[in-house]
Ligand binder design. Structure first.
Ligand SMILES: Cc1cc2nc3c(=O)[nH]c(=O)nc-3n(C[C@H](O)[C@H](O)[C@H](O)COP(=O)(O)OP(=O)(O)OC[C@H]3O[C@@H](n4cnc5c(N)ncnc54)[C@H](O)[C@@H]3O)c2cc1C
Length: 603
């Protein structure tokens, strides 16, 4: 039997990205003892890779004049293709301006309105002298106003560093290189987690009054993703494994129009927000033909589909990595590029040997964000288990519905961190620290048994690398931007086979002792396949097109039958997820047309 120690705390936060840290700060400020677990040192969480910025309707920028939460609300609901919870969206848009200013107070050096004139798409932008020095905003896709507050193109970096400084200031304990792998629960209440140290492989038990999952997105289920390597959905799979917690809208996967070919590192939407263009193999700017009003800054799902449509029509640039289009920012000039887009310039120079001041950047739509996740109510409380909360990209709160607007996710992490963090603090006031010892042992045994079985199979087991690659390619090819019943059915069958094989996974190196990363990866594989199956099955069953979920065989949105959210459960011993549906909360804006050429069938 594996030995383990037990640590107790009031609030246990799994995840040290912006969402987890902001919630931890709220709980600690309310006087609770908080421990954060993280796979890596907090500042290396994926939040720090965010580039373009966060949305808040401050209305300081010349082109943001007249902005307010109502306009932000409309953009968010329309962007979600009416798939979001409107009561959540309302809280979000009202709180975002407070959150962005709070982050300034905590040290984020937001780019400020400057007394400078500049040209944008042939128009001269003249800032209001009264607003000089206030927090500035840039243009982003699918928004009526310039609303995305930024720090050059390194917003995530500055936000996470500032947040982590507050975590340190408050003396919050962080256990990094500690992977939560199993929720301790009795089918009704969550008591904490079983975790495994990535330093030495030892098991640890954390018991808490309240447990919080803020483990981020799971883009790495796909072969080509802008996400960090650690974004493989462990925390979300842990919730699904409980058998009683549902995941919401897993089929809603976002593809960002401009992943750089072939590393798939993100080139921020801010590049188009600053005035960048998309060009085809003939150097022709094609987006105005498809979307005359919004051009390169239609919603992300729309731009991604338009690029792929143009490539399918034979206008892509051939490359050894498949066809792509070009992103052109040369006309913005050296000063603007090196000042406001310096991070992506460095990325292009370092990872592609391209100087964007003089050269074109090869781009193609790439998996980027997961709108779905652990389903919570508007307080962030997880469905199905008491004393468990979730927020940030791992959660389906559900602010984004079927398409998230660029800039709304960083904003979500700090806004949900404030709102849900407060609820966590209140909830914890009345919660008790209790657990039956046999329950701990039962869950530790489960984890130990899985590890022992993998070790015992050793080289005779299935190869986790092969299975993972096949899973990633299946999602990439069959559950991508354009979906059909035939491909989705193929994906479900293929992923089911892989899931079965993953039950017999082994270790190619044979060891599995201590911090062996092979064991870590082999352990994660069945959970990843479960998530992949919730994505594929959800997409197969949803016979309509909404936001990022586009079915070529059902190309229209169908509000009569599908204005509802998918809830995916995985009962103990099941081979496939069970799907249920729930209604969407519509409090203010009834479903309408998004206003893109696409919905009018143009081109
Ligand atoms: C390249 C890129 C650029 C982006 N740019 C923008 C942008 O400009 N604007 C915008 O609004 N959004 C942007 N996004 C999206 C946004 O950055 C993320 O959605 C958001 O930062 C997620 O924050 P989070 O706190 O939920 O998760 P993360 O920041 O991903 O943090 C997850 C944390 O969970 C921990 N963790 C995971 N699993 C476990 C486990 N099993 N046990 C213990 N710890 C665990 C990790 O160690 C990490 O600390 C971007 C995303 C990417 C990938």
């Amino acid at each position: 039997m594996n030995s383990y120690d037990i640590t107790t705390t009031d609030v246990l936060v799994v995840g040290a990205g912006l969402a987890g840290e902001r919630a931890a700060v709220a709980a600690a400020e309310a006087g609770h003892n908080v421990i954060i677990l993280s796979l890596i040192p907090p500042r290396r969480s994926h939040s720090s890779a965010a580039q373009g910025g966060m949305q808040a309707s401050l209305g300081n920028a010349a082109m943001g004049k007249g902005d307010n939460p109502d306009v932000h609300m409309y953009d968010t609901v329309k962007g979600s293709d009416w798939g979001c919870e409107q009561d959540v969206a309302r809280m979000f848009v009202e709180t975002a301006p407070i959150a962005v200013r709070e982050m300034a107070h905590w040290g984020v050096p937001w780019s400020r309105v400057r007394n400078e004139k500049r040209m944008y798409e042939g128009t001269e932008i003249v800032e209001d002298p009264e607003k000089v020095g206030l927090i500035n905003a840039r243009n982003f896709g699918g928004t009526a106003k310039w609303r995305t507050c930024y720090t050059s193109d390194g917003a995530g970096h500055t936000l996470l560093y500032a947040m982590d400084s507050i975590v340190i200031k408050l003396g919050i304990t962080v256990h990094d290189r500690m992977e939560a792998i199993e929720l301790i629960h009795d089918g009704e209440r969550c008591y904490g987690v079983v975790a495994r140290s990535l330093r030495d492989g030892e098991l640890h038990v954390y018991i808490a009054k309240t447990t919080v999952i803020a483990t981020g997105g799971f883009g790495r289920l796909y072969a080509a993703s802008t996400n960090a390597i650690i974004n493989d959905g462990g925390g979300v799979a842990m919730a699904l494994n409980s058998g009683v917690v549902p995941l919401g809208n897993m089929e809603a996967i976002q593809f960002h129009p401009t992943g750089m070919v072939p590393s798939w590192i993100l080139i921020t939407e801010g590049a188009r927000g600053e005035g960048g263009h998309l060009l085809d193999k003939d150097g022709y700017r094609f987006m105005p033909d498809y979307e005359p009003k919004y051009k390169e800054l239609a919603s992300r799902d729309v731009v991604s589909r338009r690029i792929m449509q143009h490539i399918r029509a034979g206008h892509g640039v051939e490359s050894p990595y498949g066809p792509h289009v070009w992103l052109d920012i040369r006309h913005l000039g050296e000063h603007r590029i090196n000042t406001y887009l310096r991070e992506i310039s460095t990325i292009a120079r370092t990872f592609a040997g391209i100087d964007p001041v003089k050269e074109l950047i090869p781009v193609r739509p790439t998996q980027h964000y997961t709108m779905g996740g652990i389903r919570t109510n508007k307080d962030g409380k997880v469905y199905g288990l008491d004393n468990l909360f979730s927020l940030g990209e791992s959660a389906c709160w559900d602010l984004h519905g079927f398409n998230r607007l660029g800039g709304n996710s960083l904003a979500e992490t700090v806004v949900a961190g404030r709102i849900v963090g407060k609820k966590i603090a209140e909830y914890t006031n009345d919660a008790t620290l209790e657990v039956k010892s046999n329950l701990i042992q039962e869950h530790v045994n489960k984890v130990s048994a899985r590890m022992d079985a993998i070790r015992a199979r050793g080289k005779n087991g299935e190869n986790w690398v092969d299975i993972r690659k096949e899973m990633q390619m299946t999602l990439e090819l069959d559950v991508g931007i354009f979906r059909t019943g035939e491909h989705l059915q193929h994906a479900v069958s293929k992923l089911s086979d892989l899931y079965e094989r993953a039950q017999n996974v082994g270790l190619m190196g044979g060891g599995g002792q201590g911090a062996d990363p092979e064991l870590v990866n082999a352990m994660r594989l069945p959970g990843m396949l479960k998530l992949a199956l919730t994505i594929a099955r959800g997409a197969l069953e949803r016979k309509e097109s909404r936001g990022s979920h586009f079915r070529e065989d059902y190309p229209k949105r169908d509000d009569e039958n599908w204005l509802k959210r998918t809830l995916a459960y995985w009962p103990e011993g099941a081979k496939l997820p069970e799907l249920k549906y729930e209604s969407i909360t519509i409090t203010e804006i009834p479903p309408g047309d998004r206003g893109y050429g696409e919905s009018s069938g143009k081109k």
